[in-house]
Design a protein around this ligand. Structure first.
Ligand SMILES: [Zn+2]
Length: 179
């Protein structure tokens, strides 16, 4: 069974001048409870998230609501870390940004749930995230650049916020057909 990534119809929202509040993508997600850690069910969710993300060639991260699960989980693709990085946390459960830089950077951004739109967002250039792993172990991780942008995009997903809610210069970009 292939897991579909939930889509939001940005053009319709724009036309009707209102957000689609009925979408799971617009809901505040629930925290993963202590008894859910290290269970088969959690493993299954993570597996489904991973296969949905990996099917998308340009996918760099995915939040649980994007596959219809309203829980505070996101995953990151290993390829966004530098090869030299010693530690590459890929699973972030119950994440919060505990520190953000004053410095803001404009960046191009898109979302697997808002295809095929891209826009410019203004993100903290570096952030520190605190989260739990599969076992429930707490960790914190500092990031800048693309990873910092991903952490902000994904934690917003878990609050029911999409990048199109604050991005500028949104444009439809149809990727070139690959040979
Ligand atoms: Zn997204």
């Amino acid at each position: 069974m292939t897991i579909k990534i939930v889509q939001i119809d940005y053009e319709k929202e724009k036309q009707e001048k209102k957000l689609d509040k009925s979408s799971i993508l617009r809901l505040e997600t629930k925290k993963v409870s202590p008894k859910e850690f290290a269970t088969k069910e959690l493993q299954e969710i993570l597996k489904n998230m991973e296969s949905a993300m990996n099917r998308e060639e340009d996918g760099v991260a995915l939040a649980a609501p994007q596959i219809g699960i309203s829980k505070k989980i996101f995953i990151v693709r290993e390829k966004v870390y530098s090869k030299e990085a010693k530690w590459k946390p890929l699973i972030f459960i119950n994440p919060t940004l505990i520190k953000v830089s004053k410095k803001i950077k404009a960046a191009e951004e898109g979302c697997l749930s808002v295809r095929p739109f891209y826009g410019i967002t203004f993100r903290h250039s570096s952030v520190t995230i605190e989260a739990q792993d599969f076992q429930g172990q707490k960790f914190s991780f500092g990031a800048s650049g693309l990873l910092a942008q991903i952490f902000q995009h994904e934690t917003e997903h878990l609050d029911g916020i999409l990048f199109i809610d604050h991005a500028e210069n949104l444009q439809k970009i149809i990727p070139n057909p690959k040979s």
